[in-house]
Design a protein around this ligand. Structure first.
Ligand code: WT7
Length: 650
């Protein structure tokens, strides 16, 4: 079949397979609608009932919701513990010998950790934290490879009420430092290094560099993963395995308030400074738990694999907290999908009989490019459900995922959510919702998204507008760490009284949501959020740069790529050399994953009369190579003519 024929063959509506419906947690649209309606009728009773049934409590809560807009408190008066819910409760049932975590390292090493063993490991790690004098309320930074100890560290912290912030291992020492400082963390939990494409990613070195200017850090815990040489600073640095020698196994989970901070996850916003998104305990865990059941149709017998790194929110909600809360088997793979060859993921699927597979459109597109012979070498017959997250899934990627990986008989759940929402808000229920490829379909129970215009008025179905939410949900962010004003300003001021997602979307006549992308200065590169301002600030810190403007440029594989327009200081010449240097500079300042695809040098940048850079025009140049939008506020039209002409010469 030609590519055009494949695209033409994508159905506009894909009904759930009958055998899937027959076994589904939510079967048929009637069941979905009934559940949805129950939540609309009485949200407090709906979530309160689920919280009571689905979570284990040390003390029952008094009230489902206390809403002092825009600040929500869920399940006040209740005492619980996330680590207890993810680990201990399963050790009291037949699940105690079930695999909680299946781990495969990049070199091929394997570990299977049962719930009982996970309990032992989490208790021992919590004991090490206590030994280092850490207390409920102190903060921890976790900077780890994708190994079980990353999850154990998260659960160990949660056990004691020590809010953690996981920093993705692809972030630089600079970025790590900023996060440690903002959180005033007392401990950093790391590893010597991790494996990626056969190379050691040295994490402890970056920690040493970062911690130099972080007076709050009293201890660094180092897990030995690769065995590379590291410098251990006496008194500050401790090997994980040495602490473990004297660790106890009877460390009880601390009963914590429902609203006790569970974690802070930094994400890019519209300014240069990352935002520390705060998630708390009971509400967060409840919605992660429910979406595992509703969207992933999780069953006792599943082997569930979400390929995200624990450094991103997907890794928090759908590698660690969600799957473990429901007592599922969650798979973690340390390395790259192309090591040693492009069928590594499919080998893993067959080896462990993976039944639910959740990944990103970027990964799918990268694998498509390598050819169908890689997946075709493997059976992939155990997969029953596929998932997608991070950006809209384009028709070609959807079709390939459905046919080549799902063998035309697995539903694909396209899940829309954000770091801020904590859990999936718009997605199909795979045994109920007819799919429309490219649409996240319908909202979860308890979620009432709207599409509005600039003035906050709902737009007609079929029309594009801003995606907003008017009512609170249990896993919503509670604030920006240390900056409630920024929280109000960022999320609750664009449309008064409503949460602004930053996304544009439209709803079709069937009520299906189509998310179109960001409307703010946030780029989505490989499903990771990057702020134009953050990269611009990094660029202007370079001694040769006078001014910089960054925009996302459409990219075949990664969705968007980072494109930088740079004005140099007077008298600086060698563009070719500087282009290479500036790309490297950004990788050093933020992390290798933020390395720009392209640096374009320009004598001037397009600005308004008041001096604001008009990124919108630059976006048009990189997207359509011309400027058609409104230029009446532009100060000097020549700048745009020159920039557009420059491209034609390329
Ligand atoms: C932004 C959130 C949620 C985990 C991964 C990214 C975009 C995410 C989808 C989807 C269309 C999507 C949105 C959103 N996005 N999922 N299924 N369809 N767009 O988390 O870094 O917080 O980014 O990713 O633009 O606002 P994040």
């Amino acid at each position: 079949m030609s590519d055009a024929a494949k695209l033409a063959a994508i159905p506009t509506l894909v009904n759930p397979p009958a055998d899937f419906v027959a076994q589904a947690n939510i079967s048929g649209m009637e069941a979905y609608r009934a559940l949805y309606q129950t939540a609309v009728n009485d949200p407090g009773a709906f979530w309160g009932g689920l919280a009571e049934k689905e979570l284990d409590w040390f003390q029952r809560f008094e009230k489902a919701l206390d809403w002092q807009a825009p600040f929500a408190k869920w399940f006040q008066g209740g005492k619980m513990n996330v680590s207890y819910n993810c680990v201990d409760r399963h050790t009291k049932t037949a699940r105690k010998n079930k695999a909680a975590i299946i781990f495969e390292g990049e070199p091929g090493d394997q570990r299977i950790i049962t719930y009982q063993e996970l309990h032992r490991l989490v208790c021992r790690f919590a004991s090490s934290l206590l030994h280092l004098d850490l207390k409920t309320g102190d903060r921890a930074i976790i900077y780890m490879p994708m190994i079980p100890e990353a999850a154990i560290a998260m659960l160990g912290c949660a056990r004691l009420g020590i809010p953690h912030s996981v920093v993705f291992g692809g972030f630089s020492a600079e970025a790590l430092k900023a996060r440690i400082q903002d959180l005033e963390a007392k401990v950093v939990i790391t590893a010597d290094a991790g494996w990626r494409r056969g190379k050691e990613i040295r994490l402890k070195d970056a920690v040493d560099e970062a911690v130099k200017s972080c007076p709050s850090v009293e201890s660094v815990i180092v897990y030995k993963r690769t065995g590379c040489d590291v410098v251990m600073q006496q008194g500050r640095d401790h090997w994980w395995h040495v602490l473990d020698e004297t660790a106890r196994e009877d460390v009880e989970a601390v009963p914590l308030d429902s609203e006790h901070p569970l974690y802070v996850l930094y994400t890019s916003g519209t300014t240069g400074k990352p935002k520390g998104i705060l998630h708390t305990s009971a509400g967060y865990l409840l919605q992660a738990t429910m979406t595992m059941k509703w969207v992933f149709d999780i069953k006792e017998s599943d082997t569930y694999w979400c390929t995200a790194d624990v450094g991103w929110v997907t890794g928090h909600s759908y590698v660690v907290y969600g799957p473990l809360s429901v007592g599922a088997t969650t798979l973690m793979y340390e390395g790259a999908p192309d090591t040693p060859a492009f069928d590594r993921w499919w080998r893993i699927v067959d080896k462990y009989a993976v039944s639910i597979f959740y990944t990103s459109p970027t990964a799918i597109r990268a694998l498509i490019r390598q050819g169908d012979h890689w997946p075709e070498r493997h059976k992939l017959s155990t997969i029953r459900l596929l998932g997608s997250v991070g950006e809209p899934i384009n028709p070609a990627a959807w079709e390939w995922f459905h046919r080549v990986i799902g063998h035309n008989n697995c539903p694909i759940v396209d899940t829309w959510w954000q770091t801020e929402t904590g859990a999936i808000l718009i997605a199909p229920m795979p045994g109920a919702t007819p799919l429309k490829p490219g649409s996240g379909t319908l909202p979860m129970p308890g979620i009432q998204p709207q599409i509005v215009d600039n003035a906050g008025n709902p737009v007609d179905d079929g029309k594009e507008g801003y995606l907003i939410l008017r009512t609170p949900w249990p896993s919503m962010l509670r604030t920006i760490w240390g900056d409630p004003e920024r929280y109000k300003e960022q999320y609750w001021s664009k449309v008064p009284g409503a949460y602004f997602t930053g996304d544009a979307a439209r709803r079709d006549k069937d009520g299906y949501f189509w998310v179109l992308g960001r409307v703010d200065d946030v780029m989505n590169v490989s499903g990771h959020r990057l702020s134009t301002m953050e990269i611009e600030s990094a660029l202007v810190r370079h001694p040769s740069v006078a001014e910089a403007a960054v925009v996302g440029k459409p990219h075949e594989i990664t969705g968007q790529a980072v494109c930088c327009f740079v004005t140099l200081k007077k008298g600086i010449g060698d563009h070719e050399k500087l282009g290479v240097e500036l790309r490297q500079w950004v990788a050093h300042e933020i992390g290798p994953f933020a390395r720009p695809e392209e640096i374009r040098f320009s004598e001037a940048l397009p600005k308004t009369r008041s001096g604001k850079i008009m990124r919108r025009l630059l976006r048009e140049i990189v997207t359509s190579h011309t400027v058609v939008g409104d230029v009446t506020t532009l100060e000097d039209m020549n700048v745009i003519t020159t920039l557009a002409a420059q491209h034609d010469e390329d």
